[in-house]
Design a protein around this ligand. Sequence first.
Ligand SMILES: [Mg+2]
Length: 300
Amino acid sequence: MVKLTYLGEFGLIERLSRLCPCSNAVIKGIGDDTAVLRSPVKKQLLLTTDMLVENVHFTRKTKGFLIGRKALACNISDIAAMGGIPKSAVVSLGISGREDSRFVDEVYRGIGALAKEFKVDIVGGDTVKTHQLIINIALTGEASMRDIVYRSGAKVGDKIFVTGELGNSLKSGHHLTFTPRLAESQFLVKKYPPHSMIDISDGLIADLGHILKQSKVGACLYEDQIPLRKGARVADAFKDGEDFELLFTLPPDKASLLRRQKKFNMTEIGEIVPAAQGYFLMDDNGRKESLNTSTGYQHF
Ligand SMILES: [Mg+2]
């Protein structure tokens, strides 16, 4: 067993580069002052970052592989939510130095496995001595200007859709093992371009709230249409978060075409309404409850 104290920063970064061979989009990866990457031709460059902290996003009991995997998966989910393709990542790790080096290897192996699956190059990193375990990944992506989907594009009359199922992500372990919805995102931007899109990290109510605020519109959600993960109630879908599903809006003509596709699991859960009508939930008897982005939902 190699304790990290003896391994040092160079050893760690070297291990990372051995685990993650780069594609030819990388002119220089790990091993110099910066990475050198080929610029996207006729495309826009996307950049995102996400940080996971021990006892906030995972505990010492969480497997290193799953921690590493999740750290990259959250970032890929954000690139997918913009309509982009993930490209290159840098990985920064805060560790106490007392960890078994096999644990850190497992973190890198988790990153490497998902990087391979999604063709992401790991091109650099840094390690710092900290009390809590911290893992921060920054990821670039590429997208054609016409494929980029913002939160601000929702229009009155749009239908609201979500991929997969919502709720109970933390208890069920879905938040550690989810597959970022990149295939779904590419399918959408190429065939049924959404007016607006976001990935669900804070729960359906808060994340749809971001779309509504930025698009200056309201929404009606159909209570009996919300797709629920096993063991989840509607309230869990609203508030739990960490689902990493795509939430998007489409004009009615595109929505009726999308309803007929069988390739991916996508569910229509509501409709965009004028801002003056507010943000509300409707049950199958047509009864309405107003929704509140800070508390999830409130009864009248
Ligand atoms: Mg996001």
